[in-house]
Design a protein around this ligand. Structure first.
Ligand SMILES: Cc1cc2nc3c(=O)[nH]c(=O)nc-3n(C[C@H](O)[C@H](O)[C@H](O)COP(=O)(O)O)c2cc1C
Ligand code: SF4
Ligand code: SF4
Length: 284
């Protein structure tokens, strides 16, 4: 059976995109038809996404502060999964995937998808672009081997006509965190992570505006709107003149980030990418 599989991904600094491609290549090599669907730009989530065009789905997202990017919370509920099979994967910068597996599965369940399993893959931390040094050499060949195992499991599970129940335990503290997030007021102050243009002028290619996932960046003023910005650093990553930056003080924060979470470089570099096929609680 040839399966038409949409690999739907969001990617700020190309880590999730890289894994999506590795998985897509493995699916093609095993005789299936993957389509990469990049939902990072705002405009991509405004267009029609036709669930009926595919047999099954893979959803791949980076972890931002223990969850998939918040734009996913608003986009997934617009879909009707028609009880089609899907698997999820998350990329993360060596700290934790937090509530991402569980929360995203809840959203997909509600949207009518049948989630079969999930996975988490290491990727250099997005904030390395602003001076951090978290898992700088990932993904490596071992991570990609796990991604190819993920593709093989997709073929195995999606080819079967079975309803394998996949339940994830609710992670400790989930309800409290959801309550805190619901009560959060829109941010009006800029954070160190809200990028700005640091040069007076640039070539005005407008990529920063066109590709910002939340329409937060204004190419004319060179400023990001703190209320809209999700701190993905995509504008820093793609700026053709390399003049968009996050605040320099972020780099100094790396050592306190490690100590706040009782980690060191050895600890995070030893983390392994993995498939999650039973109801394990996501590791913190
Ligand atoms: C705002 C923000 C929050 C992040 N939060 C986490 C986190 O909670 N845990 C973690 O391990 N990595 C975290 N990361 C790192 C990313 O999850 C990781 O680098 C990911 O692979 C980036 O994928 P992308 O390039 O596809 O966006 C965060 C990155 C950003 C920009
Ligand atoms: S991406 Fe960079 S060069 Fe292009 S308009 Fe934005 S700030 Fe200017
Ligand atoms: S302005 Fe914010 S949301 Fe937009 S690309 Fe830059 S970091 Fe991401």
């Amino acid at each position: 059976m040839n399966l038409k599989i949409a690999i739907v991904y969001f990617s700020g600094t190309d880590i999730t995109k890289t894994y999506a491609r590795v998985i897509g290549d493995a699916l093609s090599q095993s005789g299936h038809t993957p389509t990469l669907v990049n939902i990072t730009p705002y405009s991509a989530r405004e267009g029609d996404f036709t669930v009926a065009d595919y047999d099954a789905f893979i959803f791949g997202f980076p972890v931002y502060a223990d969850f998939a990017p918040r734009v996913i919370d608003t986009w997934l509920p617009t879909l009707n999964g028609q009880e089609k099979k899907c698997a999820t994967f998350f990329t993360y910068g060596g700290r934790t995937t937090g509530y991402a597996h569980y929360h995203t599965k809840m959203l997909l369940d509600k949207a009518g998808f049948q989630v079969e399993f999930t996975a988490e893959f290491l990727g250099r931390h997005s904030i390395n672009i602003a001076g951090w040094d978290a898992v700088p050499d990932r993904p490596n060949e071992m991570d990609f081997a796990v991604a190819r195992d993920f593709a093989a499991l997709v073929v195995e599970r999606f080819s079967q006509n079975t309803d394998a129940a996949f339940n994830l335990q609710k992670p400790f503290g989930y309800d409290t965190v959801i309550g805190v997030k619901a009560a959060e007021k829109p941010r009006t102050e800029r954070t160190w992570m809200n990028p700005v243009r640091v040069a007076d002028e640039c070539s005005l290619c407008r990529l920063c505006e066109d590709e910002c996932p939340t329409q937060a960046f204004d190419a004319d003023t060179g400023m990001s709107d703190p209320q809209l910005c999700i701190e993905c650093l995509h504008c820093v990553y793609i700026c053709t003149d390399e003049v968009i930056k996050a605040d320099k003080r972020i780099a100094d924060h790396y050592s306190s980030f490690l100590s706040d979470f009782n980690m060191d470089d050895d600890f995070i570099n030893q983390k392994q990418s993995r498939l999650i096929t039973s109801g394990l609680q996501a590791a913190f």
